[in-house]
Design a protein around this ligand. Sequence first.
Ligand SMILES: CC(=O)SCCNC(=O)CCNC(=O)[C@H](O)C(C)(C)COP(=O)(O)OP(=O)(O)OC[C@H]1O[C@@H](n2cnc3c(N)ncnc32)[C@H](O)[C@@H]1OP(=O)(O)O
Ligand SMILES: O=C([O-])CC(=O)C(=O)O
Length: 483
Amino acid sequence: MKIRTSLSLSRLACTHLGSATAASRASCTSCRSFSSAMPALTEKIEELGKRKIDILQYLRKNHRMASLGEVRLDQAIGGMRGIKGMICETSELDPEFGITYRDHKIEDLRGRLPTVQGGKEPLPEALLWLLLTGEIPSPEETMMIQQELASRAKVPKHVEAAIDALPASTHPMTQLVVGVTAMQTESKFATLYRDGLHKTQYWKPILNDSLDLIASIPIIAARIYRRTFKDGKTIPPDPSLDWSASFTKMLGYEDPNFYELMRLYLFLHADHEGGNVSAHTTHLVGSALSDPYLSMGAGLAGLAGPLHGLANQECLRWILDLKDRLKGQPPSDELIAKLAQETLDSGRVIPGFGHAVLRVTDPRYMAQRAFALEHLKDSELFRIVDACYKTIPVILQKTGKVKNPWPNVDAHSGILLHHYGLTEADYFTVLFGVSRTIGCLSQLVWSRLLGFPIERPKSVTIHWLDKSLTDTQGDSGSLGLNS
Ligand SMILES: CC(=O)SCCNC(=O)CCNC(=O)[C@H](O)C(C)(C)COP(=O)(O)OP(=O)(O)OC[C@H]1O[C@@H](n2cnc3c(N)ncnc32)[C@H](O)[C@@H]1OP(=O)(O)O
Ligand SMILES: O=C([O-])CC(=O)C(=O)O
């Protein structure tokens, strides 16, 4: 499917050493780092980077010791909620309004980012451009990055072999982590670092590796799907299609409405500021100058946790369980309340509800709900999700401890995928992971561009807490408690 423009683009040559011969370019360390990283995109990132670096330098010089807030004991014990301890440029999460991508709300971008001709949903490759450059791309720029990704989409044989060495029953997220990590052999950053690349240049091969990985991860992900859930025969990428449609086709689906859903899905799940588990892990590992393949592999391992990305598979299971119990009857508040209470009583969480930062219904949930209202209004599973949307927050509120009783992104995605035939819940987080490469790797490019150091917060022992807090609060401490 084509974007709303016709543009013929050849691969752009390296501008760094404009007139150098191919042989001299191939032997030049700096030039090799530039050679295939899209000069038009690189220049835009560099331009914005200069402005941001100036601001950071000014702030460092004039406000170095300014406080961003105290750190309380409950935050140290409670997963560092609310501590402002890192910088992320690509997106920001407001508890009341949800995520903004470079200051643009989800619902605004759903009318502004380029789409395919005749389509409605934003193209994730256009979002990648926005996250990297801070600018909404033109259709021509979107086409440029789309073609760039299509030309980079390839997976070495040893990566396929590494995945194929695992039993087909291995959880798809484990296979994804293995595949992405095995791609590390391709890292240009790792090679250039060993060759002595100057630190101000790191971000360029990081960008180069990131584009390669974003381009290729759909091939890895589709291989996993085909070997675990289908006949094992792979379907090649289709360079005439956009990134999402080509991926969907590789999975084995060709419904244009499913292509639209996947564009929306891959757009919505891409980025959620810096502190979520997958982004923060990618950032942390990357701060040690591990390359994008290793950093993203680690981030994906974090995404595979049921309190984070894996919640979407748990959600579909929960809803299917409810459907079985309904035995064809319309969903009743009583039955939903009963199942929810059983889940809570057994010491489990209700998947797809709650959030560490959000205090409203996730706008990503609302975007999926809007899609469902348009495309699958009559689906039984949608009716169940709709009933849960009205019933579960009340039940969670009654517990008195859940800070956010409202649904998050994971509460909706499963039934949409299920509607188009992708029913294998264990696979859902892989789709999330494919999308998240866009956000995590854009963050990684920016972390290296801004020259952030290795991340290393301070930890303390319970003894240290006991001693320093009780000394300053004037009580005698808890030293006798366990004796
Ligand atoms: C893409 C994403 O990652 S979105 C999140 C996906 N995860 C889920 O949907 C899983 C279900 N939700 C949860 O487990 C949580 O709401 C989280 C992990 C998302 C956020 O956790 P927190 O920030 O610790 O939430 P909060 O401060 O509200 O937790 C307070 C208590 O409420 C409980 N709680 C929070 N959400 C839920 C829930 N959906 N069901 C039952 N209990 C819940 C917590 O487990 C905690 O209980 P505890 O004090 O007995 O340990
Ligand atoms: O922000 C979080 O902690 C979790 C989340 O919704 C995401 O990463 O998409």
